[in-house]
Design a protein around this ligand. Sequence first.
Ligand code: NAP
Length: 306
Amino acid sequence: MHNVVILGSGPAGLTAALYTARANLSPVLIDGAQPGGQLTITTDVENYPGFPNGIMGPQLIMDMRAQAERFGTIFRQGHVTKVDLKQSPFSITIDDEETIQAKTLIISTGASANLLGLPSESRLMGHGVSTCATCDGFFFREKEIVVIGGGDSAMEEATFLTKFASKVTIIHRRDSLRASKIMQERAVKNEKISFRWNAGIDEMLGDDLVTGIRVRDVNTNQTDDIPCEGIFVAIGHTPNTSLFTGILDMDDAGYLITKPHSSATNTPGVFAAGDVQDSHYRQAITAAGSGCMAALDAERFLENQE
Ligand code: NAP
């Protein structure tokens, strides 16, 4: 039986692993569906303290992982398919094959990219439609692309994509952006970026590959087609909590609810950290901070059990 099992390998999970490993708790960390989490599909991280010149997201994750490993974290590849939290020790089933037992559980399963839900979007996903500029930007050299969304992700993706694309159009459903000022300014100043305001998406066009996008003006209801070869969807994220539906308390959007000033969920011994419980800040540094909180909470919980 393990003292601590951690689900998810983003900054929250890796920080929880570092702290619990240094507390001699021999944590087991299960990688999950996207090892390293969202930082592995981002480029320059300029706002993680300690890196005055910025650091690439994948490098930051590799360094965090090495640091957690140095103190004895046991890394397991796999996807958790079932949890039983009704009694302690908790049971955690990996890939429907193996069940391990844990005295405490730290959930840091993060959040995943939202999609518009159009049939043409799923049909053309990977054929010109993407949710990850870092992964797929390279394929759009000297091509015209669009980015959907008005938040920091959309600004970041659009700015990054100008390294490859000949032209980037940001399509937003309102007439003002949600993104932070600095990210907005960067996108607005970029000569390759233009904006299409008040536009909803009717359809993504193309048979085998994207050839354009049909937008609808929300004021006039008029539609028109914008030719493009790439479509990047950047409209926010949904927490990865389906495993805990009906088991742990969640808010309406599916984020796990933790007690004030604590990482504790409504089940004693189960803690949550990172984007899976944070719909507000959602930064690498806040995720890491909450991973530290969860580790300290798990450590204290175990001490009180003895
Ligand atoms: P977000 O802030 O929730 O923005 C999502 C955007 O997508 C909004 O503009 C929203 O429009 C639009 N949208 C949502 N659903 C839509 C739909 N069905 N159709 C069309 N548009 C839709 O998400 P995010 O940009 O992913 O950012 C999430 C968090 O990560 C934020 O806290 C952000 O600051 C942070 N972040 C930071 C950085 C950085 O600092 N480097 C980079 C990326 C993300 P409305 O505005 O109309 O709601």
